[in-house]
Design a protein around this ligand. Structure first.
Ligand SMILES: Cc1ncc(COP(=O)(O)O)c(C=O)c1O
Length: 459
């Protein structure tokens, strides 16, 4: 019996036991009225703990074990783990399972901040590398197998490689080529596939097969970004071919996961994975990509609009208007059309779509872009573009975390060693990390002297 079936059965046949356990609301005996108004009674009815028959996520041997086994079958993994604390915990756990404090790990600098958390907790020394930039779109390009090989060749102590594919902006890297290199040098490949939760179900037409079937050892998915789950839900998968053991990952997850994992979140994970795997779910994913394709085709009639096209997840719509800075487009979309983008950088805007994104949303965005493209607009822009450079690391993240520090004025920080994470969010990619030397450019960015719209004049 699955988790969903068991909860449904218990409710239908009134199998509620007299629990003197946590949570003390006992599946809805008491609910704060405001919480009930917003979240509904059903949420509390599903909110339970490891009571009889409901297993224990720390050491599953019943209903949760079976659920994770079914998930692993769907993803063709050696073993899959639910992450009711989000992909963040999966990334940290993958690192804790693989790395020791004396290990070195090759990390692409466009990683999510959770990798930094993992570096502090493992104590491993990062060997950072900056993937090439696409200046036109102001994004990171794919990581190439050649650059990974160069690093691994010159640094035999590297035990693992961590990359993000697809990136926040949707750019894929070739996992088959990269994993060939990591295997050659005996390094473990961890892929943060948080933004690729649909990849398993869309591979026939996106041209990107999921990381663990392409040679990665471990991949991590975030299910709330594009796959329809509530936040925070994620999955960690170990590839069938990997030497990493489920026991090592379980032990690591137990270090960083709450001892009271949310049953509503685990129910949501089961529901989402089952749905994605069903014919209905597969059709829904296909529908999303068809809508995206249709949207992109229609933008071809708008001379001023260009949609990014490369080796990327098209459902992460990255576009720019040739005649207007991206920040100005974002402001007009927000102010005049009540359309909010996921993110805009100096050159482009990112519109995140996912399972269930409605046709009317694509139509609204298209019609807004059409209107903007014929508007006569003057945008007052101030500031400089931020120059992304790899900072100089003096202390490892762990050394810096435990190092004494002092507060100083930002203006006086040039040349000093940073003591906190400087993290523009979104996208959650660190600019400077503790232990790294602060530059003039960093200070400029922190003082918000970056590109900013101060006024839009519609003539
Ligand atoms: C690339 C990347 N990895 C990991 C995460 C963390 O995901 P979660 O919110 O599921 O913890 C994020 C979230 O923003 C992300 O963008």
């Amino acid at each position: 019996m699955s988790l969903i079936q068991k909860v449904t059965y218990n409710k239908k046949f009134n199998k509620k036991t007299c629990n003197f356990t946590t949570p003390s609301h006992s599946q809805g005996d008491f609910i704060c009225p405001e919480a009930e108004n917003l979240l509904g009674r059903k949420f509390f009815e599903c909110d339970m703990s490891e009571t009889e028959g409901f297993d224990n996520l720390r050491a599953p041997d019943g209903i949760l074990k079976e659920l994770q086994y079914n998930i692993s079958k769907i993803y063709t993994s050696k073993c899959s783990f639910m992450l009711p604390n989000g992909a963040t915990t999966g990334i940290i756990a993958a690192m804790l399972a693989v790395l020791n404090s004396f290990d070195e790990v090759l990390v692409a600098r466009n990683c999510h901040v959770s990798v930094y958390n993992g570096l502090v907790l493992t104590g491993a020394t990062p060997v950072w590398f900056m993937p090439e930039r696409d200046e036109k779109w102001d994004i990171f390009k794919s990581v190439t197998a050649e650059e990974i090989e160069r690093k691994l060749k010159s640094n035999p102590l590297i035990k693992a490689v961590i990359i993000t594919s697809p990136t926040y902006e949707g750019v894929y890297s070739s996992i088959p080529q990269i994993s060939e290199v990591t295997k050659k040098y005996g390094a473990v490949l961890i892929v943060d596939e948080s933004h690729g939760a649909l990849s398993n179900f869309a591979r026939d037409y996106t041209g990107y097969a999921p990381a663990i079937v392409s040679g990665a050892d471990i991949s991590v998915h975030s299910l709330h970004k594009t796959a329809g789950a509530p936040a925070p839900c994620g999955l960690l998968h170990i590839a069938k071919s990997s030497k990493i053991t489920p026991e090592a990952v379980q032990a690591a997850l137990n270090l960083v996961t709450t001892t009271s994992p949310s049953y509503p979140m685990m129910i949501a994970i089961e529901a989402v994975v089952n749905f994605l795997f069903s014919d209905k779910g597969k059709n829904e994913v296909r529908k999303l990509y068809d809508l995206v394709e249709d949207f992109i085709a229609k933008t071809h009639y708008l001379d001023d609009v260009e949609v990014y096209s490369g080796f990327n997840d098209k459902a992460k719509l990255l576009l720019r208007m040739k005649s207007l800075p991206a920040q100005a487009v974002a402001k007009i979309l927000n102010d005049d059309f009540k359309i909010e983008e996921e993110f805009s950088n100096d050159n482009a805007l990112l519109f995140l779509t996912g399972i269930g994104t409605q046709k009317r949303k694509f139509e609204k965005l298209l019609s807004a872009l059409k209107e903007i493209s014929v508007m006569e607009v003057e945008a007052d822009i101030v500031g400089d573009k931020y120059n992304i450079e790899l900072p100089r690391m003096i202390y490892t993240p762990r050394e810096a975390y435990f190092h004494p520090y002092e507060y100083i004025d930002t203006e006086k920080a040039e040349g000093r060693i940073c003591a906190e994470v400087v993290l523009p969010y979104p996208p959650g990619i660190p600019m400077i990390l503790p232990g790294e030397v602060i530059t003039k450019d960093n200070i400029k960015f922190i003082m918000t002297d970056k590109v900013k719209v101060t006024g839009i004049n519609r003539k």
